[in-house]
Design a protein around this ligand. Sequence first.
Ligand SMILES: [Mn+2]
Length: 443
Amino acid sequence: MLKSAAAILALAALFFAPFNSGSALPQLAQAPLWGPLSTDPETSRSDSHLSQWCNESKAAFLEAFEKGGVGDWIVVIGNEAADTDTMASSLAMAYHLSHRYHQPEKAVALLQIDREAIDYRPENTLALDFARLNSVHADLLTLDQLPYHRGKVAQMIKGLVLVDHNRPLSYWAGAPVLGIVDHHWDRGVNSTADPRIISMVGSASSLVGNIISIETEKHEPIPRGLADLLLSAIAIDTNGLKKGKAKKADRNAAQSLFARSTSRHKDLKPFMKSLAKDLKKAQSQLQNLTVGQMFSRDYKGDVMYNSTIPVNVGYANIPEVLDDLIERSKNGTMQGLVAETREWIAANKVDVLITMTKAKDKKGNKIRELILIVEPGTNLDEDMAERIYHTIRDEVATDTQLSLKPWRAEKDWGRWRFAWKQIGSGTGRKAIRPIVERAIQEW
Ligand SMILES: [Mn+2]
């Protein structure tokens, strides 16, 4: 059954019913993006070849844990923020590895989030629907379905292929990195990976798309749904192939994937623009998420070691400011926000949480805030929390590059938490991370 994009978003809204404010769902582009249902299996919108394969590879991988082991399996992972690019590039890479004529591998894509978190990014829900994947994501392998913790799985598998990041989380230390296809800054590790393609283009999905199109004679054409999914990721990351955002590799990949997609547009450019518009619209529909879901939505965390003590450090990006988060809490107060943040931190066993908020004020000026929370209880006792909090706070507060001033001093945040407002254009996760890492190693 063909579900319209509006219908799937309505469904997503129902899913978050407790906080459904009933506000408008995104207005999708006037002209339908994708072709109609057809009796021709090659062009049919109901073609779910991709979903079928996803289901099969996931089932075979999970079964292998009980039957003979997973020693011959490659797990393809993207980064743990699990955005559309990570989803599309990991599924595409796993598909590619398992379908080439020469040396096909047993490969499965693993999303490093729980299944319910996929919908915390409404653009993911929409892109998956466009690609005709299962509406409740039963065909995707997520963390909550693994029979063991990542650290144990790492020691059992043949190896990892990384897409959309180039250094795996510390949990995966036991697994060899066999391949890398990424568009982030090269951290210079895993030099024996083959392929090792790291290029600062708009989207990792473009790089995987290009591998597929270059090696197209080496396997059957990819499912049309997979071309559609990769195009969605490229459209989001390059804002519809916008100049400056899209590099040559992005345009080339989009062109070749377009020929294989179910798009009903004749021309690539208007199609990509329209696709980006729909997905961007969906991206901003966050009104039904709870405070905790806002933290989970774009979260990157890992374990750091200070001599012998493991410290769980995480970074959350939130596309709204503190005042909005306070309003989002169940009772709309600062205390409410603090309580819900605490709950989330405890549930996720985080010791140090760095939150970066970002929004525009009424005049269109960018506002960025930085929130530091250190929480004893998991790995840290109160003395450790005290020390680590002050070390990070001092490092961050005196950093000239960050240029911060305290966020409303009259608001009581409680112990081991502090918020700043950034002055000027501000900097993101990339700039703050080394400061925090240094502070943790020094305390
Ligand atoms: Mn990416």
